[in-house]
Design a binder for this molecule. Structure first.
Ligand SMILES: [Zn+2]
Length: 266
């Protein structure tokens, strides 16, 4: 399961402000839907690409921030008067009191004033950025390559949401049209807007100039842009020694079928 063990305190790259962010001790990657453009619907794992807003109003990536310290989840405060009350079986039976040993292990036994002061010293949380805010970031076009790549990727998936609705309705209406392996043979039309085409094109340019291009993501973008040959060339760049992901098979198959739209594959 996804479990948050506490908080990390970070210094933001824009103005050095200290902010808090969730520290995950385990992450469950289960989602209700997995899409070829990397969008996971109702995911239990964080899927925001680490995009955050600082208290100064500027935006940044968690990966570009500086780690300062870690804070564990707070323990429950020790019950009042625990130090002086008698730790015998009668009080435990009569009042349900916890043993001294239990309190020392599971509770915060420091004076309340000290715990209060520590809680006040924790900086505010770094703010998550909603999809609706991203268009303004794209227009501003400020930031390094990693930042612009993230906002364009988030915008790509966001602009594909209406196509997901169309796809779900199409699958529902064509439920019987699957082959013996359960694979779909027919797909809805996908006609991206000028804005989508422009954004996907810019994202392709950014990914192609990366030190280690993500060829699978590039193949998916070319496919959605309708450039099936470019998609096949991107797929051919993936080393054969690499473990082949499920998504790789799906993108390859869709490319060979010349299917253009984002597809739910899980
Ligand atoms: Zn800032």
């Amino acid at each position: 399961m996804t479990y948050i063990s506490g908080k990390y305190i970070i210094a933001t790259p824009c103005c050095g402000a200290h902010l808090a962010t969730s520290a995950y001790s385990s992450i469950n990657f289960t989602a209700s839907e997995y899409w070829t453009d990397g969008y996971d619907h109702e995911s239990l794992a964080p899927t925001d690409e680490g995009l955050r807003r600082c208290v100064c109003g500027r935006h940044f990536l968690l990966q570009s921030s500086k780690y300062i310290s870690a804070i564990s989840n707070p323990k429950r405060r020790a019950p009042a008067g625990w130090e002086t009350r008698k730790d015998n079986w009668w009080n435990r039976f009569r009042w349900g009191n916890e043993t001294r040993e239990h309190i020392l292990k599971y509770c915060d036994t420091r004076p309340h004033a000290e715990i209060d002061a520590e809680e006040r010293s924790i900086p505010p949380n770094a703010i998550h950025v909603q999809d609706e805010e991203i268009q303004a970031l794209i227009r501003a076009n400020i930031g390094d390559q990693a930042f612009i790549t993230v906002i364009r990727r988030r915008y790509w998936r966001y602009l594909n949401h209406p196509a997901r609705e169309v796809y779900r309705a199409f699958r529902e209406a064509h439920r019987g049209e699957v082959d013996s392996a359960g694979n779909s043979a027919t797909f809805p039309e996908y006609q991206p807007s000028m804005e989508q085409i422009e954004n996907m094109g810019q994202l392709v340019n950014l990914l192609e100039t990366a030190v280690c291009p993500n060829w699978l993501e590039l193949a998916e973008l070319h496919r959605e842009l309708g450039n099936m040959d470019a998609a096949a060339r991107a797929l051919a760049n993936i080393p054969v020694t690499e473990e082949v992901e499920n998504l790789h098979y799906v993108v390859e198959k869709l490319t060979s079928l010349r299917v253009r739209g984002p597809v739910k594959f899980h």
